[in-house]
Write a protein that binds this ligand. Sequence first.
Ligand SMILES: [Zn+2]
Length: 687
Amino acid sequence: MRFSILFLFFLLVSGWCLSQAQPYLDVLRIEAKVSPDSELEAIEGHFSVTLKVNKAVKSVFIDGVDIKIDSTTIKGVNAIKTTEDKIWFTHDFVPGEEYRISFTYSASPKQTLYFVRDQIWTQGQGKYTSHWLPSLDDLTDKIEFDLKITAPKDKTVVANGALINKIEEGDAITWQFDMKNPMSSYLVAFAIGDYSKRTAISATGVPLEMYIATRDTAKLVTTYKHSKEIFDFLENTIGVPYPWQNYKQVPVRDFIYAGMENTTATIFSESFICDSIGFNDQNYINVNAHELAHQWFGNLVTEVASKDHWLHEGFATFYALLAEREIFGEDYYYWKLFQSAEQLKSLSEEGKGEALTNPKASSLTFYEKGAWALHILKEQLGALVFNKAVTTFLEQYSFQNVTVEDFLKVVETISGQPMESFKNDWLLQSSFNSTAALESLTKSSFMREYFEAQALRAVPIDQKIETFYSLLAKGNDYIGQEIIVQLSDEPLAKTLPLYQAAFETNNLYIRQAIAQTLQTVPEALKADYESLLYDASYVTQEAAFYNLWSSFPTSKITYLDKLKGTVGFQSKNIRQLWLLLALVTEGYENDNKKTYLNELLEYATEKHSFQIREIAIRYLLDIQVYTPQLVASLVDASVHHNWRFRNFARAQLKGLKPNPDVQKMLNDMLDSFSLKEQDYLKKEILE
Ligand SMILES: [Zn+2]
């Protein structure tokens, strides 16, 4: 839906914020006190909504999926009727008057609200908040949400807004949150768990609360490294004060996405939790900056419809990249642009390119092509004008819904330049403008050097040895890695001294490229290669450990002893590889093999995150351990809420289907499985 200028003026002065489906309805405020119940995987709530209409109507609805209302508690309207996904209010609604309607309800949500071990958390975008909280599954009506959430005494609750009170009620505590400004319903969220936190204050005085599961407290500082710097940088660069009362970030187990920008309360995947070594390989910086950028792009100004999704994802991706440039430098910035350009170019060359205004575009288009469009626009306008246009756009449309056209009009006004050709080349055109992209990339002297190094792929090894030495000596992460990749295709007799020089650069990422590409370790490089086991990278350590173990059979025990105490990432990548290799190394700690097998079997169970489970399951199937415990873990995983993990488990179960022992185990255990699990097994696996 597009608003005309005149209509928009009316909206501005009257403060109306109207839903698309019911243009006469304005939901002003939703207050709810909810109690989620982990045992029953259900929720109960006391709910009230304040709304207005701008014409006389006999009924209005809000969204609510499978919501059961206690009819004795209804106040404020003549009657309420629920259908599968709606709650209808019947009343003689008079224009301009405010109605406050309240009731108590219960629900057992099939999605959106997740109970995962000792945590409870929500995911609204794409999953519909109305599964647990009556609201509007429509992002064009912005509502002030004030939540009260009841949880057991020993738990911490994180939700939208400022915590203004904690009220003890028997064994539970009700946490009362207050929001000052309105937002779309998909941004409502909470998380409950055993958390510790650290609070920092931004340069402008905004409280930044950083949560972490108490079991991971030792990793809080490394996980949230640079958080305040990112916040201050983005607030300063965007040029509009952070629009909300505070900013909280909370990691949860088995999250469906990398992160979600719920207003003031970003929820992100526990897999980003890292120690100082893990930080070098997979840190939270990008997601941290991306979700924070959404607090302006998406939460403060919100798209009217999916055709405007660039205004959310393209902007969040671009501003995250700017924040990363502050931390990791200019080369990193261009490298990331180059990487996404490569992906977009190949998609485009396959004839699968998509316009940014295509409402059904892929995330590659919305995120990466979206960021590219902004990079180009900023180059074209110059940083000063670009920043002024973005600031003006955000100020003009604060707490409203916006279209791509709205943004372009602001840019035209501020810059005095027509946006027609930018719009055609970057927003409407389905193919990726790789010529313009390449032209922009080569403005970076680093990229020019990288392209020269890449061009050496076609040059015979004898003619490039000297160049390789001088390039390696520069110690650039990306150029160094490119050289290592080129070496991997050449005979070792010619490349050995170059590998030695590469080891000596002491560059973490050049050395990592060796661990990843040189899988059979030559005797002459054994000592250098062994030093990789101590590099500050779990990716390097894991690859080096396996390659050394398989290259030198007589040293297997030495390597196992060296890596014995290392865990690795949150996924326990190194510990799990260690267990696998300990199990299959003949004569190694035979007395402990049963304990090691049990540890790996335990990692496959629902007690652990799906990232840990997936590795354990793969390894156990590799060594053909078909025990009832593993089979039960697979069955549990086959109905997991994370679809990637669920599909992985289903594929493994299908692979085991012809095995009569597995069939027997499944039949013997059938009664112990949930109805959902039994349904799946009967339909797809059992014979
Ligand atoms: Zn995003």
